[in-house]
Ligand binder design. Structure first.
Ligand code: ASP
Length: 347
């Protein structure tokens, strides 16, 4: 099996050990019995408690198993309408939300925001109100401005899921990262986790710092001082500008993309120099624990923040697992929010 998967260039599933789900829990999930998730929207990690995070991850474990079956369908969103509004380009997040909604039986619509009325001058709020009048149940929104998704959520009647807003939050990315870590390491607490690179411009880093901190992990941020946020002292993390020092004995190495589209000046001397000092390769990874896993949210700049061969190394990199867990986490989040919608309607 492992050899077959390797020949196919895929990561063998056995390299991602996971705890078996207790039968009672699987049965509970299958029957759709309520697991409490006291939120109307998923706007960020900030408002979530550790039990909220665990509720999403436990349910996502169930969907990760379902997604490996021949029949991946479930009907928890049957009759519901999901609209995906991406005001910023996306490949994996949009595809992942679309697949997740379809597997759960929702009617899914992708709005082509590039060609939309926004281009004709309509405000975000007017667009949201127009869509709201069509009675969607779930709105999945990505927007280049921090806070735009929260604002929109205040104007509509349906559940809103933040698929990334500016530098603010990307909650489903942090949740899928957490699920990947939990399945690879067997736990999501007391781990030493390094988040490396362009922290200042990264909503992925922000959501991950909050989630991993809430779950009581030790977080190290590594990168050039020019790419560290100014209020870094408030995060309760350790900061390093040297990879060898920062990676020492960590369990997880999370690399970030150099977000050039959010930079307006000379944050780094050159990509070559950046790769030399901060790009992850086998030599730098040798400072981490021998079983440390390598992560990247994608899209990757190979040869800038990570060596391409290491990114493809199925013994160290869990990058493809992150994509797989992304669908499961989005199914779980939409399932829990839909249950709240149903409960509110029944009340
Ligand atoms: N895909 C992630 C995001 O939307 C990370 C990245 O773009 O670098 O934030």
């Amino acid at each position: 099996m492992r050899q077959f998967a390797q020949e196919q260039g895929r990561r063998p599933s056995i390299t991602l050990p996971r705890r078996a789900m207790p039968a009672y829990k699987a049965a509970t999930l299958q029957k759709g019995l309520p697991m409490s998730f006291p939120h109307r929207h998923l706007l960020g990690i900030e408002p979530l408690s550790p039990p909220d995070i665990t509720a999403i991850l436990d349910r996502a474990d169930f969907y990760a198993d379902l997604n490996r079956q021949a029949d991946k369908h479930n009907d928890v969103l049957a009759g519901m309408t999901q609209i995906n509004m991406f005001f910023e380009n996306s490949t994996r997040t949009q595809a992942s939300f679309e697949i997740a909604g379809k597997r759960l039986g929702a009617d899914v619509m992708n709005m082509a925001m590039q060609a939309s009325s926004i281009k004709k001058g309509e405000t975000l709020i007017d667009t949201a109100l127009t869509l709201n009048a069509m009675h969607p149940d779930l709105l999945v929104v990505r927007h280049p401005q921090s806070g735009a998704v929260d604002l929109l959520a205040q104007k509509v009647n349906c559940a809103v899921l933040n698929a990334g807003d500016g530098r603010h939050e990307h909650p489903t990315q942090a949740l899928l990262d957490a699920l990947t870590i939990r399945r690879a390491k067997g736990r999501l607490h007391r781990l030493s986790i390094a988040i490396c690179g362009d922290i200042a411009h990264s909503r992925v880093a922000r959501s991950n710092i909050m989630l991993l901190g809430k779950m009581e992990n030790r977080i190290r941020l590594i990168g050039p001082p020019t790419l560290m946020p100014s209020q870094i002292g408030e995060f309760g993390v350790e900061v390093f500008d040297d990879m060898a020092e920062g990676l020492k004995d960590v369990d997880v190495v999370m690399m970030l993309r150099l977000q050039k589209e959010r930079m307006d000046g000379g944050f780094i001397p050159s990509e070559r120099e950046y790769y030399h000092r901060y790009g992850l390769d086998a030599e730098k990874l040798a400072h981490a624990k021998p079983d440390a896993i390598v992560m990247h949210p994608g899209p990757m700049n190979r040869g800038v923040e990570i060596d391409g061969t290491l990114a493809d190394d199925i013994n160290r990199s869990v990058i493809q697992d992150q994509v797989e867990m992304g669908v499961a986490v989005r199914m779980a989040a939409m399932d829990l929010l839909a249950q709240n919608i149903r409960n509110a309607r029944a009340a």
